[in-house]
Design a protein around this ligand. Structure first.
Ligand code: ADP
Ligand code: MG
Length: 361
């Protein structure tokens, strides 16, 4: 990733549908030549944000800059921004070649036939579909349709491509392969991808940077490592699906929860008092073990799940909350556990992230 002028910038972008505020005054600066993942739960405004940037919708307030130019009032087809739709939106009656050629044939400036053929061929090759030019969309697989949709956008040589849950329709194996390929294609083309996903795993694996959207606001924009290590609010920790979160109360630097009262340093400003510890930093001890690294949380062992590089252990606390422990197999074999038995969960308190209502910032 090189440092250049931002590719696009949003200032106070707001979009309402009736009483509902889908985008709530979004300020955002996107670096050029980057893979940016936009992560958020369903209904958080991801598609609305892409549509506003692409020009399919007009914001109710705010401005949008693209390559240094205010494009807020520019029609979509004059923006030069690519869009890969969630459902691919291919023309069923056109061949793969003609689907990809469509934008060039119907563009503002007429292009020589040879140039169209050349550009279409090179885009089709870029996405690994050479040989399938004459097929119709119904004669290719879902993964191949996804590639056609991408080629159709790339053939226009955009500097920014918006991808709306591009891997959502693919099965797990194909999704992993496409993750690697999408990153490789982007790197070769020197273009910025803004890739929308509801999957935290996908966002953290793919993005050079990840923007987290919650209820129409971008609550965090950071590298995957920074987000993983330091979610700024408890909702981000929740979306990441890698933290045990405990409600409780934070007063005078003491957090009181199901694991007792523990001193806390550097809490983060939040809408609730919440204590977060990562699954892979939560450890298992015998019930009553006095030699703990930190708080003591009594919990009953429910089940385990083998995930290839780690094992997830599921526990239930006395107040019926499920707690997860992620044991990386690189740390060696886990201790044997008996289903239904009581254990004590503990962790190094320095690894906890604590969020508080009354925190100054
Ligand atoms: P996401 O893509 O993150 O699932 P959307 O951007 O599609 O979220 O939607 C954000 C919110 O705006 C949702 O509550 C959705 O129901 C609402 N919304 C989206 N498009 C429209 C529309 N055309 N009319 C009314 N409400 C809409
Ligand atoms: Mg959507």
């Amino acid at each position: 990733m090189t440092q250049r002028d931002p590719i696009f910038r949003l200032e106070g972008v707001t979009r309402r549908y009736g009483n509902l505020t889908a985008l709530d005054g979004i300020d955002f600066v996107a670096e050029d030549n980057a893979y940016i993942a936009l992560l958020g739960p369903s209904g958080s405004g991801k598609t609305s944000l892409l549509r506003v940037i692409a020009g399919f919708e007009t914001p109710d307030a705010g401005r949008i800059w693209f390559q240094g130019r205010d494009i807020t009032d520019l029609p979509a087809h004059e923006r030069g921004i690519g869009f890969v739709f969630q459902n691919f939106a291919l023309f069923p009656h056109l061949t793969v070649f003609e689907n990809v050629a469509f934008g060039l044939r119907h563009g503002a400036q007429a292009l020589p036939k040879d140039e169209i053929t050349e550009r279409v061929k090179s885009s089709i090759e870029m996405v690994g579909l050479a040989g399938l030019e004459d097929r119709s969309p119904e004669q290719i697989s879902g993964g191949q349709k996804q590639r056609v949709a991408l080629a159709r956008s790339l053939v226009m040589q955009p500097k920014l491509v918006l991808l709306d849950e591009p891997l959502g329709a693919l099965d797990a194996n194909l999704r992993e392969r496409m993750q690697v390929e999408l990153r490789a294609i982007r790197e070769r083309l020197d273009v910025t991808f803004l890739h929308v996903t509801g999957s935290e795993t996908e966002a953290l694996a793919m993005g050079d940077k990840v923007a987290v959207l919650d209820a129409g606001r971008i609550v965090q924009y950071d590298t995957p490592d920074t987000i993983y290590d330091g979610p700024v609010v408890s909702d981000v920790a929740k979306f990441l699906n890698r933290f045990n979160l405990f409600e409780g109360s934070l007063e005078n630097g003491i957090f009181t929860g199901a694991f007792g009262a523990v001193p806390v340093t550097n809490p983060r400003k939040n809408k609730s008092d919440t204590y977060a510890i990562r699954y892979d930093r939560t450890q298992i001890f015998d019930a009553g073990d006095a030699n703990l690294p930190g708080p003591a949380l009594p919990a009953r062992f429910l089940a385990s799940e083998y995930l290839g590089s780690s094992i997830i252990f599921l526990f239930e606390t006395e107040d019926q909350k499920t707690v997860e422990v992620d044991h990386h197999l690189s740390l060696g074999e886990p201790r044997p556990l008996t289903v239904g038995e009581n254990y004590t969960l503990s962790w190094n308190p320095e690894h906890a992230i604590v969020f508080g209502k009354e925190t100054a910032r």
